[in-house]
Design a protein around this ligand. Sequence first.
Ligand code: SF4
Length: 250
Amino acid sequence: MYDPLELSEKVERIVASGEKRKYYRFRPAFYYGGIATADCVGCCLRCLFCWSWHIVTQSGNVGRFYSPEEVARNLTSIARKKGFKQIRISGNEPTLHRSHLLKVLEFIPKEIRFILETNGILIGHDPSYAKELSRFPHLYVRVSLKGVCHEDFTQLTGAKPEGFNLQLRALENLIEKSVDCFPAVMADFSSQEEIKKLRHRLKEIRQDFYDFEEEELILYPFVEENLKKKGFIIKDAKLRHNHKSQLGQE
Ligand code: SF4
């Protein structure tokens, strides 16, 4: 079992260099009705169903370092060419290397919405992160909870159970600083009873969080294998056996 905060420091040493951060791809994507997407390298969790954190350790050194200006320029250019009104950083965890992310946000034109997809660990750990994010009115934060309780969180991520609290605290910190946000939850493996408990817990943070977004698990063969090894019972996950090269997946 690992501490995601310690891991974030280790990974950051690999994926950050001065103001630059590593990315492996810039692309238009169909999510949210069309969005310009930058895929970054490096995460502070190790989810069983995720392939992307592996690329930090892949030989051949995936990706290269980009300055905040370059990231913003690439994203804005894709958005303008495609007529998109939204931009995001995805692929791994965008909140690693905080000063880089904040600079990217400064360079993104205010008429374009920035969707920050995060596991919430770093925002939950340090309330000043939410305060800094509150400077950007064009920002929307989607906090993706891994499981519905401490136990699920540890089983799905291999991280210490306290990490689940950090995810919830991220939502609290963001609300506290009036940052637009909403939870998404990977609940495919959880009992109805546990899901209901989480709904009530989230409702205490904000009324409409009761109806959180449910994240869909895509059951790639490696995911299925990892989950079975851990004894998970998969109920309604979407099957996809047409397994493309991992870096080519959406
Ligand atoms: S938090 Fe997201 S990027 Fe990180 S390992 Fe989990 S699914 Fe992958």
